[in-house]
Design a protein around this ligand. Structure first.
Ligand SMILES: NC(=O)c1ccc[n+]([C@@H]2O[C@H](COP(=O)([O-])OP(=O)(O)OC[C@H]3O[C@@H](n4cnc5c(N)ncnc54)[C@H](O)[C@@H]3O)[C@@H](O)[C@H]2O)c1
Length: 358
């Protein structure tokens, strides 16, 4: 049965977001703000100058605090005090390379933080819906061509992937042991990957690396030009998370579990194809290939099966590869040219919303 979901339900809804200063979290909070939600963020301060959080001035348009998810007492207190109905958990150390550099920190934040988050959920009876973000990398990568389904085996060779698989196990254990008895609480993990969009400045991510090069008139250096990835615009999974959050509150028993939110198959492309499209949209730029034989192991293609979300949530990707890249480049170009980031972001959200209605 198709479920109709109306985002106007977010109006006046109390929403707690961890990771609100990050790339995905800032887009999510901005969107929720536009819908009239009362949003409270819990994260570390923004890590990169020019972040979406700063550019759209989220600090003055929503409540929140700069605190650590490793601080269990503080996280529980903040959540209980705000009395949220909906929770989105995005706070994490999300970078594969950084996890090789500091695996302990990555496990502390991504796994220890997950434990603390779920303890806070236990202590917060106002919650009706929890969307817990992990990653497509939570699946054991068998280097096969088929899409991974929500029931496939978890695992991860590198510390980041393993931390996300562990977070999934922690989540299941808390649901089975403590949370399943709360019949009025819908709770799910969500798995997406290779998200692109305006305002990401993280190190060692391909789009920010391109923009840093283009803005300083340097060549874009590619170390794995033929790596193939499923690219998707940040609004796609966020729209899925928001849809799921409302459905979880409506029917916890039916929508609890795990959900993949990946792109359509036309969005699976090489790094080189992505960068060539970025350069074409930017209007100029050079590409240079320098294969690094000592680069740490990164998984091969890992794509998600999105049949479950299509059939049960009536969610599907709306923007193909071309539009995904064009909207991403347009955001950076227009904001760097001095347009208001809030206006550009709001405009892209409106365009996306009309693609969903079309
Ligand atoms: N961007 C992607 O392509 C992608 C792909 C798959 C999964 N994810 C997941 O989505 C989520 C958001 O990713 P993103 O790309 O926005 O990352 P990001 O680095 O831009 O944001 C991470 C957020 O987590 C917060 N955070 C990190 N450590 C923290 C700590 N110790 N205490 C409190 N807050 C902390 C940061 O302050 C920031 O707000 C993460 O869980 C990530 O693993 C992202």
């Amino acid at each position: 049965m198709k479920e109709s979901v109306d985002f106007s339900h977010f109006k006046d809804c109390r929403v707690f977001v961890t990771g609100h200063t990050g790339f995905k979290g800032a887009w999510l909070c901005f969107w929720l703000n536009q819908l009239g939600a009362k949003v409270y963020g819990y994260s570390l301060p923004p890590a990169y100058p020019g972040s979406v959080f700063e550019r759209v001035d989220l600090g003055s348009t929503m409540d929140g605090e700069f605190s650590d998810v490793r601080d269990s007492v503080r996280l529980s207190a903040a959540m209980r005090a705000f009395e949220p109905e909906i929770l989105f958990h995005l706070a994490a150390q999300p970078l594969v390379r950084a996890a090789y550099d500091d695996p302990k920190y990555t496990f502390d934040v991504n796994v220890g933080g997950a434990v603390n988050l779920l303890e806070a959920v236990r202590a917060t009876p106002s919650l009706k819906s929890v969307v817990f973000v992990t990653s497509d990398k939570c699946y054991r990568n068998k280097e096969w061509v088929w899409g991974y389904r929500e029931t496939d085996e978890l695992g991860g060779k590198d510390p980041y992937s393993a931390s996300k698989a562990c977070a999934e196990l922690v989540f299941s254990s808390y649901v089975d042991s403590f949370l399943a008895v709360r019949r009025d609480l819908g709770i799910a993990t969500v798995r997406a990957g290779n998200v692109i969009g305006g305002g990401d400045w993280s190190p060692n991510r391909i789009v920010p690396d391109c923009l840093r090069a283009l803005l300083s008139d340097q060549p874009i250096v590619l170390r794995s030009p033929h790596a193939t990835r499923p690219w998707q615009h940040v609004l796609e999974p966020l729209g899925g998370y928001m849809r799921l959050a409302l459905l979880l509150a409506r029917d916890p028993g039916r929508f609890g579990g795990s959900w993949n939110f990946g792109p359509g198959s036309d969005s699976i492309n090489t790094v080189l194809a992505l960068v060539e499209k970025i350069v074409a949209d930017w209007g100029k730029g050079q590409i240079r290939t320098e294969i690094d034989p000592n680069a740490p192991h990164e998984s091969g293609l890992l794509q998600l099966s999105i049949d479950k979300a299509r059939l049960e949530l009536d969610w599907k990707p709306r923007w193909g590869f071309g539009q995904t890249v064009s909207e991403t480049v347009a955001w950076y170009r227009r904001v760097e040219a001095g347009e208001s980031a809030a206006a550009v972001t709001a405009g892209q959200i409106r365009t996306y919303e009309s693609s969903v209605r079309a």
